[in-house]
Design a protein around this ligand. Structure first.
Ligand code: ADP
Length: 414
C-alpha cells in the first residue's frame, strides 16, 4: 500500500511516500519511496523532494495554498520528469496519513477520517488554533485531489498521552475551567515518544508491559515523557507545547505571573507575550544568538561566550530536573531514551543532561556515547543500573504504519 504521509503547517508542508503493509511492518521492510518539504506556501514556494537516496531536487512555483501544493506535487510526481516510478497516477496513492496536532479528549488513537472525525478535529481548533486549521486544510485538499474513496487517517500528537491520570493532567486552577474549557495538560510529540518506546522494547526484546522508560524528544520543540508498562503516565508539554523543557525558541516552564508583568512593563498585549514566549525565548532568548543547538555548540567551542554557555546549561539543567521528577513519578525506571535532532546527534548534550545522575545508577560510557550518533544504541556503561539509549525518531514511518493498520482494522503494533 503506497501511503502519502502529510504534515501540513501554516506556510510549509512536509511529506513522505512510504510503501508498507501488515507483513512489511512485521518484517521491518517498509519501503521509503520519497520524502520532501515545501516552504513558502502562499507565495513563491520552494519544493525540495528526494527520491530514495538520489540527490535532492529543488523546484519553485507560485503556490497559494495546500491544495495548490498537493496538485503541483502530484503533477510533478506523475510526470516524465520525476524519477518516482512507483507513482504513475493519483490512483497509485492508496491512502493518506495526516499528522494532526491536537485530538483533545476526543481522539485517543489514530482514526480513519470521515465527516464525523473531521468535525471532531474542528472542535479541537480552540485547543490548537495555530495548528489544527492547517491540518484540516491538508485533509480537505487530499480529499479533493484523491477523492472520497482513498482512505485518510489522522494520527494525533496528543493521543499517546491520553493515558495520563487526572493527578498528572489537571492544573491546580478552579476545576470549572477544566469542565467549561477543557483546560488541562494534553502533551504533544506523542508519535515520537511512542515510536522510540517501541524501538527500545524491540532492541531489548521486551513486551509492551515491560517497557518502563523516560523519553526525551529534543529537537526544535522539546518534551519528555514518563512511560510505565508502555503507557505515557506523564509528559512535560501541557495544554499547549509551551510548557516544560527549554526549547529552541520556547521558554518552557515559567511563573505564569510573568505574563502580565512582561505585558505591563513592555507595553505588550497578552497574545504578544504569548508570541514572545513561543518564538523569542528558549535557547534563542538566552543566547541572543540562535535557536540552533549545533550552532550554539560550535560558538561555544570557538568563543566560550557566556550567554551561549548559559543557554546550553539551562537547557541541560531543566532536562535533568525532569529526569529526576519522572524517576520519582515512576518510582524508578529502566532506561532513559534520547531522540530528536539534539538527542540523536549530540553526545555532548546527552552527557551534560546525564551528568551527576550516578546516584540513580546512570553512568554514561563516553566512547559509546560518541559512537551513537544518528543511530540506535545503548550508551550507558555495562554496570549501569539505569540504562541510556539514543534512538532516532521516525514519526512519518509510524504515521504510515498506523494508517495501514487502521485501514486494515488491526490494533497498532506499537
Ligand atoms: P524539529 O523539531 O524541527 O523536527 P529536529 O528534530 O531536526 O527539529 O532538531 C533540530 C535541532 O537539532 C537543532 O537545534 C539542531 O541544531 C539540532 N542538531 C542537529 N544535529 C545536531 C548535532 N550534530 N549536534 C547538536 N545539535 C544538533
Amino acid at each position: 500500500m503506497n501511503v502519502l504521509v502529510l504534515n501540513s503547517g501554516s506556510s510549509s508542508l512536509k511529506f513522505q511516500i512510504i510503501a508498507t503493509d501488515l507483513e512489511q511492518i512485521k518484517q521491518r521492510k517498509d519501503d521509503r519511496i520519497a520524502k520532501g518539504q515545501v516552504e513558502g506556501v502562499g507565495g513563491e514556494a520552494i519544493l525540495r523532494i528526494r527520491y530514495r537516496d538520489q540527490p535532492v531536487e529543488t523546484l519553485t512555483a507560485a503556490l497559494r495554498d495546500v491544495g495548490a501544493v498537493l496538485d503541483y506535487l502530484m503533477r510533478y510526481i506523475t510526470s516524465d520528469r520525476s524519477p518516482i516510478s512507483e507513482i504513475k497516477s493519483a490512483a497509485d496513492v492508496h491512502a493518506v496519513g495526516h499528522r494532526v496536532v491536537h485530538g483533545g479528549e476526543l481522539f485517543t488513537e489514530s482514526t480513519q477520517i470521515d465527516d464525523r472525525v473531521l468535525k471532531g478535529i474542528e472542535e479541537c481548533i480552540d485547543l490548537a488554533p495555530l495548528h489544527n486549521p492547517n491540518n484540516i486544510k491538508g485533509i480537505l485538499a487530499a480529499r479533493d485531489l484523491f477523492g472520497k474513496d482513498v482512505p485518510q487517517v489522522a494520527v494525533f500528537d496528543t493521543s499517546f498521552h491520553h493515558s495520563l491520570g487526572e493527578q498528572a493532567y489537571l492544573y491546580a486552577i478552579p476545576y470549572h475551567l477544566y469542565r467549561r474549557h477543557k483546560i488541562r495538560r494534553y502533551g504533544f510529540h506523542g508519535t515520537s515518544h511512542r515510536y522510540v518506546a517501541f524501538r527500545y522494547r524491540a532492541l531489548r526484546g521486551l513486551t509492551r508491559d515491560q517497557t518502563n522508560i523516560i523519553t526525551f524528544h529534543l529537537g526544535n520543540g522539546c518534551s519528555a515523557a514518563a512511560i510505565k508498562a508502555g503507557n505515557s503516565v506523564d509528559t512535560s508539554m501541557g495544554m499547549t507545547p509551551l510548557e516544560g523543557l527549554v526549547m529552541g525558541t520556547r521558554a518552557g516552564d515559567l511563573d505564569p505571573a510573568i505574563v502580565s508583568l512582561i505585558a505591563g512593563k513592555e507595553g505588550l498585549s497578552a497574545s504578544e507575550v504569548d508570541t514572545l514566549l513561543n518564538t523569542q525565548s528558549g535557547l534563542l532568548g538566552i543566547s541572543g544568538l540562535t535557536n540552533d543547538m549545533r550552532e550554539l555548540q560550535a560558538e561555544l567551542k570557538e568563543h566560550d561566550d557566556r550567554r551561549v554557555r548559559l543557554a546550553v546549561e539551562i537547557f541541560c539543567y531543566r532536562a535533568r530536573k525532569y529526569m529526576g521528577a519522572y524517576l520519582a513519578a515512576l518510582g524508578g525506571t529502566d532506561a532513559v531514551v534520547f531522540t530528536g535532532g539534539i538527542g540523536e546527534n549530540s553526545p555532548d548534550i546527552r552527557a551534560r543532561i546525564c551528568a551527576g545522575m550516578e546516584w540513580a545508577g546512570l553512568r554514561v560510557d563516553p566512547g559509546k556515547n560518541q559512537e551513537t550518533v544518528g543511530s540506535e544504541g545503548k550508551f550507558s556503561t555495562e554496570d549501569s543500573k539505569l540504562l541510556a539509549y539514543a534512538i532516532p525518531t521516525d514519526e512519518e514511518l509510524l504515521i504510515a504504519q498506523d494508517t495501514v493498520q487502521v485501514i486494515r482494522g488491526v490494533p497498532h503494533s506499537s
